[in-house]
Write a protein that binds this ligand. Structure first.
Ligand code: GDP
Length: 654
């Protein structure tokens, strides 16, 4: 064999090859051109062995350095990067997010689930949880990146041939009060066909409309926090966004924030300039504001699509939706999914119903979800028992882009959690983690606490972070006397549904930084459910405590209302006496409880059975008069005794 052939085989040059083979014990000179084939085989084997030993060595070397850097056994260390989100931090601490948010709050830091903590803050909190903080990379970030990539792979479809067009999914973002909820409500009602108009539509967190024979799915939790929450765990759920800007208010801080989020997510959007019906509407000002943010309107030579609308009057809605479809068409290749196979989806709404338990809305993103499917959602296992669409109709299957409310999960998942179908019970089991911490109240638990007065709460908040913080804080309230339970929670304005639910459960609706939808507002005038709105968490918590106290049975207090002296005993029966009394103070009332005093010693007690004045039955006799009393109780009264008369008053427990 040629020597050149030999060293090329090992990707070596002459200078590397000869010293090596010589060191391995072969007498091959540097000028050798050919070697005997038998020798060549020996050389090959020797070099292969040597290579293997080198590899082993290097693996060993790595292990050594790793061992050197690893924390001491038993020490609970945590690697914290320069920045870490509350969610990632909670994952790293292996604690529920609510608990971490609660500890942060106790330390005077109010951070929402997706907000970043800096190293110093996170270190202090980590120490509170008993960890030794170390500077490090966000390993959890990597993990979640992996998960997202996996999800994106699934969503891209294993079999490209099976990909089909699906309905675009739309989110609505923009500054508070610019009309996001109104617009979503209008789109929903404007596109419901006449015959369906009488039907009861349900707020399940998303709905699907048909326009120009094409379906469009809307996530009906407005606001970018909701969008961020939904994106936090999984892949993008939305295909197109509608940025709502009020024509009378222009670009505001949350408008800018929404633009940043959309740009970061690569989410195409259409601008809806709302409230065009208002006299103070100034669309040119909005266009100018957008241009300053580098979003040049089409009619100014740019690419930003702007549609004037009025959510109130319903004008411009069709144009807006046509533009949404146009933008969807421009991104056609991304709005595809495989309709066959096991479903994968994202949770867009989740709550616990006091009667039926955990209820969640999932937006199917790939495959088809079917009744009977075994699923796992963020560690929560389940079997799909029933599915409903937003019109409240039972459905058996949900293809991509279809939002459905599902029953059958063992606990309420978190918005943004990914739902996966698995046919394999073993996989289901392995993916199931302790899910009790997610479900803050199970129906059975509620039933168990039946003996106690209940305060059921429907909780609505503007952000997932505040929602979770409030739920966490509510759990800290002393519930020894009254059991406080969040029967439903969600993001966005207070809807009719929320009120109906609270009323049915004899509960209250508590809103944090949210308003009522127009429908909710109307219902609020006639409902018996108590509705309260807050802008400060502590005030909301105080109100909950006050409402809880109201649920307590009032305590009975005895208040002295009068006193009389016994002048004469007319008759003594085994369980009663007829006596004559002079009222000296206050008044004496029939049916009132009394104490019998001899000197300053109490000798007995009972009730005034009957009260007579001038031989007539009366209800009350006042000071200065004489009266006849039938005393009901042990007959211990003697002449000269004093009767103290009381009234029972109910007093709220504190
Ligand atoms: P969100 O906070 O962005 O969801 O805003 P809402 O939908 O709750 O609307 C805020 C307020 O603006 C409400 O009082 C609405 O009635 C009002 N509003 C919404 N759209 C319009 C509109 O097109 N015209 C007028 N005049 N008022 C509107």
């Amino acid at each position: 064999m040629n020597v050149t052939e030999l060293y090329r085989r090992f990707n070596m040059n002459k200078e590397e090859f000869f010293p090596l083979v010589q060191s391995l014990g072969f007498a091959i000179g540097e000028r050798a051109i050919k070697v005997d084939d038998r020798v060549a085989q020996q050389v090959i084997k020797a070099i292969e062995d040597w290579n293997r030993s080198q590899k082993k060595k290097s693996i060993f070397a790595e292990e050594k350095t790793e061992v050197k850097e690893a924390p001491k056994e038993g020490a609970k260390t945590i690697a914290i990067p320069e920045k870490i989100t509350v969610k990632q931090f909670a994952d790293a601490l292996k604690k529920p997010v609510t608990e971490v948010i609660a500890v942060l709050m106790r330390n005077g830091i109010f951070a929402t689930i997706n907000e970043d903590l800096d190293f110093d803050t996170a270190s202090i909190i980590a120490e509170d949880f008993g960890y030794v903080p170390q500077k490090g990379e966000a390993f959890e970030k990597e993990k979640s990146k992996e998960q997202v990539e996996k999800l994106e792979r699934i969503l891209a479809g294993k079999d490209q041939g099976a990909l089909r067009e699906r309905a675009p999914v739309v989110v609505v973002m923009g500054h508070v009060d610019h009309g996001k909820t109104s617009l979503l409500d209008k789109i929903r009602s404007a596109t419901v066909a006449e015959k369906e108009a009488g039907g009861i539509t349900q707020h399940i967190g998303a709905y699907q409309i048909t326009l120009q024979k094409r379906a469009i799915t809307f996530i009906d939790t407005p606001g970018h926090e909701a969008f961020t929450a939904m994106r936090s765990r999984g892949a993008n759920i939305a295909d197109v966004a509608i940025l709502v800007v009020a024509a009378d208010d222009g670009i505001r801080p949350q408008t800018v924030e929404a633009i940043e989020i959309m740009e970061k997510a690569g989410l195409p959007f259409v601008v809806a300039v709302n409230k065009m019906d208002k006299e103070s509407a100034d669309i040119e000002k909005v266009k100018k504001g957008l241009s300053e943010l580098n979003l040049i309107p089409e009619d100014w030579g740019g690419k930003t699509i702007i549609v004037p609308v009025s959510a109130l009057k319903g004008t411009g809605i069709e144009d807006l939706l046509s533009m949404v479809l146009l933008v969807a068409d421009m991104n056609k290749e991304k709005i595809m999914a495989a309709p066959t196979g096991d479903a994968v989806g994202t949770i867009v709404e989740s709550h616990i119903d006091s009667n039926i338990g955990p209820v969640a809305t999932v937006l199917v993103q790939s495959g088809t979800l079917k009744i009977g499917d075994l699923v796992v959602v963020g560690g929560v296992p389940g079997k799909i028992k029933a599915m409903k669409n937003w019109k409240g109709e039972q459905v058996k299957e949900a293809p991509p882009s279809m939002p459905v409310q599902i029953l059958g999960l063992k606990a309420a998942p978190v918005v943004g959690d990914v739902l996966e179908v698995t046919q394999d019970k073993k996989i289901l089991k392995s993916k199931t983690k302790q899910y009790e911490s997610v479900a803050f109240l199970k129906p059975q638990q509620a039933a168990k606490e039946k003996g106690k007065p209940q305060l059921p709460i429907v909780l609505k908040a503007d952000t997932l972070g505040s929602l979770e913080a409030i739920v966490g804080a509510l759990k800290q309230i002393d519930q020894e006397k009254v059991s406080i339970s969040v029967i439903n929670k969600g993001l966005g304005a207070i809807t009719e549904n929320d009120i109906v639910q609270a009323e049915a459960a004899r509960g209250v609706v508590m809103g944090f930084n949210v308003d009522l939808t127009p429908g909710g507002q109307e219902l609020s005038y006639s409902t018996t459910a108590h509705i309260e709105k807050f802008k400060i968490i502590y005030e909301l918590l105080d109100a909950v405590k006050a409402r809880a106290i109201e649920r307590l049975q009032p305590i009975k207090v005895f208040e002295k209302i009068g006193e009389g002296k016994v002048l004469k005993i007319f008759k003594t029966n085994p369980r009663s006496q007829i006596v004559g009394v002079h009222v000296e103070e206050g008044s004496i009332k029939s049916n009132a409880p009394i104490k019998i005093l001899r000197g300053d010693k109490k000798v007995g007690e009972g009730y005034i059975g009957q009260l007579q004045s001038d031989k007539k039955n009366v209800g009350e006799v006042t000071s200065g008069s004489d009266c006849g009393i039938r005393f009901d109780g042990d007959p211990v009264i003697q002449e000269g005794d004093y009767l103290e008369v009381y009234e029972i008053k109910e007093k709220k427990q504190a």
